[in-house]
Write a protein that binds this ligand. Structure first.
Ligand code: NAD
Length: 359
């Protein structure tokens, strides 16, 4: 069977990572019909937008996509293409495994955590009011009138919506994922002691959904305490169920614990469409240098193969990646101790080594 897949190279380090990933995916023997389309700052001149409609249409048609990272200007310019894609396609679940592989130089070697992050709500909803604007003054007045609290007139405002609907479907996703993948426990993260009507709602809904899954253990943690426990004893955690912002932050913490962003894959999943991409960004300073680690992008490809029910190929590719990490000879700089970094190979040589391992 040939799989129709949309491939978005992205920008920064994206194109070299997706090229390496395409090669290892094809080396599994699985057949792909790639529809290669691009988004981000590089296409604005041609299409007048960083996210052209034909890109969204391609993903809708194929229902499966893999993308490289895309740069978002900080503090100015267009909104994140990544966030827009998640919202437009209603990719409400972000799945980010953090797994220890032998051969990495880390404090812990027994981590196997899957982060399930709500992807459409929270402070990421993109509802913001700029300091000094008339609509912001109106919001400030309304908040003062309705809440009785005073706000500084020179405030900027970001809205944090968390709904029953959004919390319910992500909680259900986490428990269904737990069942389907023989996982034992779901831990919900929140700051419900302070944000009672947003995080508190998230927690209440998660608790309710948990009751329908008596075979899966459920617990919760306040997010600040959680960050401390993650660095002290991460092996106690299994699946982490998170609202959007905490999920984002804890994903990078999890990535750091298993050896860095170069080993942290991800997926954005909705009811209709799944889009696979690493946790890391476009690292523009390394663009075109054949230097960075393609494994997070490739492990996102492993997740895609599983989604396509190509389980045997997924296992073979993951085993080959794990073997290359374990041997430590054909790996990029980020997987080597400072004094051995001179022995690092480049992005495309890592792909060659993985293909060789698959035989
Ligand atoms: P980043 O993840 O791009 O890079 C941070 C640092 O992590 C890099 O400087 C590098 O040292 C390391 N790193 C990242 N990926 C690596 C890899 N594959 N191998 C080895 N080392 C790696 O984060 P940033 O610098 O905060 O963001 C850069 C841009 O990426 C921003 O515009 C941001 O908005 C965007 N971004 C995009 C996505 C996405 O496309 N989904 C996700 C996060 C950030």
């Amino acid at each position: 069977m040939v799989h129709n897949v949309t491939l978005i190279p992205g920008d920064g380090i994206g194109p070299e990572l997706t090229e390496a990933t395409q090669r290892v995916l094809e080396a599994t023997g699985v057949k792909f019909n790639w529809d290669i389309v691009n988004a981000g700052v590089d296409v604005i001149e041609e299409y007048g937008t960083p996210l052209p409609e034909h890109v969204v249409e391609s993903i809708r048609k194929n229902r499966v996509a893999i993308k490289g990272p895309i740069t978002t200007p900080v503090g100015y310019g267009f909104r994140s293409v990544n966030v827009s894609l998640r919202k437009t396609l209603d990719l409400y679940s972000c799945l980010r495994p953090c797994k220890s592989y032998a051969g990495t130089s880390t404090f812990f070697n027994n981590i196997d955590i899957v982060i399930v992050r709500e992807n459409t709500e929270d402070l990421y909803a993109g509802i913001e009011f700029e300091q000094g604007k008339s609509e912001t003054a109106e919001i400030i007045q309304m908040v003062e009138r309705l809440s009785g609290s005073q706000l500084r007139k020179d405030s900027g405002i970001s809205i944090k919506p968390i709904s029953v609907t959004g919390s319910e479907r992500i909680s259900r996703f986490a428990f269904e994922y737990a069942r389907a993948n023989n996982r034992r426990k779901v831990t919900a993260l929140h700051k419900a002691n302070i944000m009672k009507y947003s995080d508190g709602l998230f927690l209440a809904v998660a608790r309710e959904v948990a009751q329908k899954y008596p075979d899966i253990e459920f617990e919760d943690r306040i997010i600040d305490n959680m960050t401390m426990q993650m660095v002290k004893n991460p092996a106690q955690f299994d699946i982490l169920l998170c609202p959007n912002l905490y999920g984002d932050i804890i994903s990078d913490l999890g990535a750091g614990l298993v050896g860095g962003l170069g080993l942290a894959p991800g997926a954005n999943i909705g009811d209709e469409v799944a889009l696979f991409e690493p946790t890391h960004g476009s690292a523009p300073k390394y663009k075109g240098m054949n230097k960075v680690n393609p494994m997070a992008q490739m492990l996102s490809g492993v997740m895609m193969l599983k989604h396509l029910k190509e389980n045997e190929a997924a296992q073979r590719l993951e085993d080959a990646i794990a073997a290359v990490i374990r041997e430590g000879k054909k790996v990029t700089y980020d997987l080597l101790e400072e004094e051995k970094r001179g022995q690092a190979v480049g992005t495309s040589q890592v792909a060659d080594a993985i293909i060789e391992k698959m035989g």
